[in-house]
Design a protein around this ligand. Structure first.
Ligand code: ARG
Length: 461
């Protein structure tokens, strides 16, 4: 007989390449904790239902604890010939407890087993990512509060647009991370149905209590359709979608860190803790961590795309293709975890160059919209006309080589005679940010209130 788990009707060994292509143990060994927990829940339920004896269930539970200790102690010998974590654990259990081990697989298949294990794994990972996202938010909010008054240019098209505060900019990422957490929470709630007891695809004739195993493993309920339970991986896809979006958010901020720490811009400084040097150019301070966060987004989005392609066109029910769900997803979620820790670290580490930021906010005619708004408010001009007049004043300032706040009143009056000296009140960057007090706007008081609100919410998490 070849494989002792399924080799009854086989006469000869599989080709060597089969062990290579078929085995998933190299990566699914990460599921050992979940696999053992699910087996213990299953065995306990089988005994409660009178399907196996209490003595067998006790022997199985004890043996599984021993296997767990061996794996965590690093003494467990994983075998590729045994394909995956499920058969590795069961085989070792057989050696440890003998005959009882063979009863564990009653009313169960690796198909419902692997779906259960991976759901548990993804659920644990989501919980970890949520905590990391919360810490990243905390770092951003604290920095935002410290910089509620720090004026910088806001950009659109990467062109100077209107002055904003650095605090406001940071809080934008807090909002994104908040929605990311919401997406993970949604994925978690939807995945939290237990496949165990669906068996291979059709359910089982044994009198299981699936509600009991579901509850024992912290699931909200058992899955309602056995074919669906063993053949869908939308819980992985949904989690990877949330991860891909979260990674894209991190990547955008990482890109800004790269741009802002460039000497060309010089808005931000990272300490030696988050920069590296060059082996040839002694002056260099490279923002490697930010670049790698930006790059790791590729893996996360890649894993999502890869699994979408694996699942596309798979007929019901379980297909071996689905074994390909784990490696990419585990890698992608680990990359996101790493990125979150690195980003939180960089946020805590970064110092804005407030002088440079303020100078940049004041150049590039960033208060042009404030001038147009003044024309509307004070002179009663329609906004479109005000926009046109302001455009001509910007043109005059550009020709004179000065910023708006330094353009003589006479030059403005040459364009629009009704303009008075009061206009200069709105042309400074401080008045510009202060005036944007609409809900969600960049006014420092708003930023402080938003940051305080987030601190409260985060403390309640
Ligand atoms: N290693 C497999 C996987 O990850 C376990 C399920 C195998 N089931 C089967 N009928 N061959 O998907």
């Amino acid at each position: 007989m070849s494989n002792k788990m399924w080799g009854g009707r086989f006469e000869s060994e599989p080709a060597a390449i089969m062990a290579e292509i078929n085995a998933s143990i190299d990566f699914d060994q990460k599921l050992y904790r979940q696999d053992i927990a699910a087996s213990k829940a299953h065995a306990g339920m089988l005994a409660d239902q009178g399907i196996i004896s209490a003595a067998d269930a006790a022997a199985i539970a004890k043996g599984l604890d021993a296997v767990l200790a061996e794996i965590e102690g690093g003494t467990f010998a994983f075998s590729r010939a045994l394909e995956d974590i499920h058969m590795n654990v069961e085989s070792r259990l057989k050696t440890l407890v003998g005959e009882a081990a063979g009863r564990l697989h009653t009313a169960r298949s690796r198909n419902d087993q692997v779906a259960t294990d991976f759901k548990l794994f993804v659920r644990d990972t989501i919980d970890g990512i949520d905590a990391l996202l919360a810490d990243y938010q905390q770092a951003l909010v604290e920095k935002a509060l410290a910089h509620a008054d720090t004026v910088m240019p806001g950009f659109t098209h990467l062109q100077t647009a209107q002055p904003v505060t650095f605090g406001h900019h940071l809080l934008a990422y807090v909002e994104m991370a908040g929605r990311d957490r919401g997406r993970f929470a949604d994925a978690r709630a939807r995945l939290n149905e237990c496949p165990l007891g669906s068996a291979a695809l059709a359910g089982t004739s044994f009198p299981l209590d699936r509600h009991k195993t579901a509850a024992a493993l912290g699931f909200s309920r058992p899955t309602a359709n056995s074919l669906d339970a063993v053949s869908d991986r939308d819980f992985v896809l949904e989690t990877l979608s949330a991860a891909a979006i979260a990674s894209v958010h991190l990547s955008r901020f990482a890109e800004e860190i790269v741009i802002w720490t460039s000497p060309l811009v010089g808005f931000l400084k990272l300490t030696d803790a988050f920069t590296t040097g060059s082996s040839i150019m002694p002056q260099k301070r490279n923002p490697d961590a930010a670049e790698l966060v930006r790059a790791k987004t590729g893996r996360v989005c890649g894993a999502l795309t890869a699994l979408l392609m694996v699942m596309k066109g798979l007929p019901l029910a379980y297909q071996k293709d689905m074994q390909e769900d784990k490696e990419g997803a585990m890698d992608a979620l680990a990359a996101l975890e790493l990125s979150l820790v690195a980003m939180a670290g960089m946020v805590r580490d970064m110092t804005p160059d407030t002088v440079r930021m303020r100078a940049a906010a004041g150049s590039g005619y960033a208060t042009a919209t404030d001038l147009a708004d003044w024309l509307v408010r004070v002179l009663g001009m329609p906004f479109r006309d005000a926009h046109h007049v302001t455009g001509r004043i910007v043109q005059a300032a550009e020709k004179a080589g000065v910023d708006l706040s330094d353009l003589p009143l006479a030059a403005m009056q040459a364009v629009e005679p009704r303009i008075t000296a009061a206009v200069f009140d709105v042309l400074t960057v401080d008045s510009a940010v202060k005036s944007r007090s609409s809900y969600g706007g960049t006014a420092p008081d708003n930023v402080r209130a938003q940051a305080q609100g987030w601190l409260k919410r985060l403390a309640g998490d």
